[in-house]
Design a protein around this ligand. Sequence first.
Ligand code: ZN
Length: 283
Amino acid sequence: MGNLKDKVIITAALCGAGTTKAQNPNVPITPEEIAADVVACAKAGAAIVHLHVRDENGVNSMEPSRFIEVVTLARKACEEAGVDVIFNCTTSGGKWPEEKRLGHLPELLPEMCSCSPGTMNWSNSYVFLNTPQFIEKLGTLTQELKIKPEIEIFDAGMMGNLNYYIKKGFIAEPPHVQFVLGVTGGMPGNIESLSYLLPKLPEGATWSITGIGKSHMPMMLAGLAAGCNGLRVGLEDNIYMEKGVLATNVSLVERAVELCKVVGREIATPAEAREILGLVKQK
Ligand code: ZN
């Protein structure tokens, strides 16, 4: 089965908090649409699905009941389709109370959840808020619940913070880092950013990368060139296949699979991804 460390873990970030059907009608919004895309992306080669949920009006929601509805439906759909996938639920949502942002985790026990170790002005439009108290609480809770945090790094300062939280014991070693580059307000999606960040990765860390919008494809290529453990794709990050051609989540996963083949890397199955990342499947 080849060397596990050489395999690429593909994450599909299906809808995010803000992408709308007006921008791309293929964005899954309802629980049924999200569940269908989970199955389709798993079949196409994604080992992990990164989930946000929306309310009945399509607006971003951190209501735990909504997460429970969506993930329960998606788990059932996967079971019926005979596919395996790792669930990674977001915890971001600065304007929501902390207990809502964490409320779905003990209920659902997903294998992974996002954890952004810092705050920034998101695209000059709102505060992407992660207070030190919230990060400590999230770090402690994920260790108690045996959920592996995916450390989302948007900006340089977050890398220093990751090392701080590891030293303080709030984040366990080795961490899994997801570079999300190209959000205005954070680091741009380019080689300079990646070259700055990579040497600062904690010992033994695994890492994945995505570029937002125009930097999507360049950052995948840069990640593969630099020996990434994972690629993240999906309509949360990028809505186009090429200029003027709208993507689907599946088409983005398929293209990532193809890119890995081109550079001679094998795709990690969910079982292999669990081994690489040290995940604990509880549900
Ligand atoms: Zn997300």
